[in-house]
Design a protein around this ligand. Structure first.
Ligand SMILES: *[C@@H]1O[C@H](CO)[C@@H](O)[C@H](O)[C@H]1NC(C)=O
Length: 250
């Protein structure tokens, strides 16, 4: 019948209008992605996929291991049987217990106080070098072989004492086991150097040969040198220059 059909249409229109009002009130209509506008819905779903921290960890840590299987991913220091009292020296110790798996290391102070730390995920304590190292560089079970290195960590490297200031002036003396030439020991020290100037060049002497020398032996019997007399003035030359007459073409 026509009346129920009209009523149904009316209800549909009302529902549609109501939904539109609700949608616009809530502001639920995200703009559809347009040029230059990021598609927030697509990005949001990517972020949700990426949020798994363990999967992200696996991608960030080299070596291709599985987090929690090939290397520990502890969030806090677990309770283990480690005790500073059992250790021979104060120092740094990897915790080799299964639940610590060397991500945990302990510091035992001289008065047997214990402080415990976690290496960053993907790394474990390298007992040989006393650093947190990538998990694939460390054999956790072998850590105890290096525990005795703690005996040396408080020793400072031997440093040669600085020389006394009074010794410094002779610090370039040759080592005592090398015998230098005797005269080196007699060099004057700390004296002004003597600067010798070159002697002035001898005056120029000129030999005026009176005769032609044919026998080279004569060169040894040359007369006493005399200084060269000043050169004679150049001869005066007179040129007769006839008057020039300028001629013009008329
Ligand atoms: C290691 O990763 C796990 C999982 O993401 C996290 O709960 C834990 O806090 C991380 N540990 C360290 C020391 O960062």
């Amino acid at each position: 019948s026509p009346i129920p059909a009209m009523a149904r249409t009316l209800v549909l229109i009302l529902v549609h209008a109501l939904v539109s009002v609700v949608k616009s009130d809530v502001g639920y209509n995200l703009p559809s992605p347009a040029y230059g506008v990021p598609d927030l819905r697509a990005e949001a779903s990517e972020i949700v996929e990426e949020v798994d921290p363990v999967a992200r960890l696996a991608g960030n840590i080299p070596g291709g291991g599985i987090p929690g299987e090939n290397y520990p991913i502890l969030a806090s220091v677990p309770e283990t049987k480690f005790a500073c009292e059992d250790m021979e020296f104060p120092g740094y110790y990897a915790d080799t217990a299964d639940e610590a798996a060397c991500q945990v290391f302990h510091v035992c102070t001289a008065d047997l106080q214990l402080e415990s730390f976690l290496c960053p995920n993907g790394s474990v304590f390298n007992q040989q070098y006393f650093v947190c190292d990538w998990w694939f560089n460390v054999d956790c079970a072998a850590s105890e072989d290096f525990f005795r290195l703690n005996a040396d960590i408080e020793k400072l490297p031997e440093v040669e004492p600085l020389p006394e200031a009074s010794d410094l002036r002779n610090s370039y003396a040759p080592p005592s086991d090398v015998a230098p030439p005797a005269e080196l020991y007699n060099l004057p020290r700390d004296e002004e150097p003597v600067i010798t100037t070159a002697p002035p060049p001898p005056p120029t002497e000129v030999y005026i040969l009176q005769e032609e020398v044919t026998d080279p032996a004569q060169l040894y019997n040359l007369p006493e040198p005399t200084t060269l007399p000043p050169p004679p003035p150049p001869p005066l030359r007179l040129y007769y220059t006839p008057n020039r007459r300028r001629s013009f073409r008329g």
